[in-house]
Unconditional design. Structure first.
Length: 256
């Protein structure tokens, strides 16, 4: 039994509390089977009865059954993700639902900074995302500069100023050499906006503003570096930011 498939079947009936519980479980699926009912409730900031109600909505007899399913999920997810299409759909749905309700006021303030906007991506796809954001910012009449390499990012450490904004795209957010450079830039007072997957990471902690997306390993490679992940959410986030900025700054002006 796949927990993602179960959630897909009952997602439309979820309350706001159910959504909060599922978002936490989805993010910490490996750790959750170790928690007691009270521990999970505390970590989700809900009551024990809310967890039991969540289990009931999924057709389970109680919390013990949820723990068993989550533990089984971890054991069967070693090579190829179970119910690949369903889980990928779940990633996209949760990401869009999160972005729809996210308060972007401070993020847009970074777009409107008095200084310059620089964008850096830690990998090939991330660099393409940086170029796409640069293109959309140009449509918004904002000039941005893409930093092409880690070496160039190191050089920019000395050139970036307090009034500038640095936007960083990273899948894991735990690229140590990049994070060390970002830390130096942060210490100079430059504002940092990061975009990473939903897992806790060091880059998020270094950032003034952080936007995450739901993602999971599609296939296990021979090493961590060759694990397979989908990266379309980078571009989804960029386009949602673009549309919501238009709504907040241009469409409202037209209405008034």
């Amino acid at each position: 039994m796949d927990i993602n498939q179960l959630v897909n079947q009952h997602y439309e009936n979820f309350s706001e509390t159910d959504h909060c519980i599922w978002q936490y479980i989805y993010k910490y699926m490996k750790e959750c089977p170790q928690y007691s009912l009270s521990e999970l409730a505390q970590r989700c900031s809900v009551s024990n009865n809310s967890i039991l109600s969540f289990c009931k909505k999924l057709g389970m007899d109680g919390y013990g059954e949820l723990r068993v399913i989550l533990k089984w999920q971890e054991q069967t997810d070693d090579v190829l993700a179970v119910n690949l299409l369903n889980r990928t759909y779940q990633d996209y749905y949760l990401t869009l639902d999160y972005l729809k309700n996210l308060d972007l006021t401070k993020t847009f303030e970074l777009f409107d900074c008095l200084g310059r906007i620089f964008i850096f991506g830690t990998g090939e796809v991330q660099r393409h995302a940086a170029e796409e954001l640069k293109r959309l910012l140009f449509i918004l009449q904002k000039r941005a500069f893409v930093i092409e390499s880690k070496t160039e990012l190191g050089t920019m450490t000395e050139l970036l100023k307090k009034e500038d904004t640095l936007i960083v795209f990273s899948l894991s957010g735990n690229n140590r050499p990049v994070n060390n450079l970002v830390r130096g830039i942060k210490n100079k007072g430059t504002s940092i906006l990061s975009v990473t997957s939903y897992e806790d990471n060091e880059l998020e902690k270094l950032s003034d503003e952080h936007i995450y997306f739901y993602n999971h390993r599609i296939i296990k490679g021979r090493s961590q570096k060759t694990d397979g992940y989908l990266c379309a959410p980078f571009f989804t986030i960029i386009e949602v930011l673009f549309v919501r900025y238009l709504e907040a700054h241009y469409l409202e002006n037209e209405r008034s």
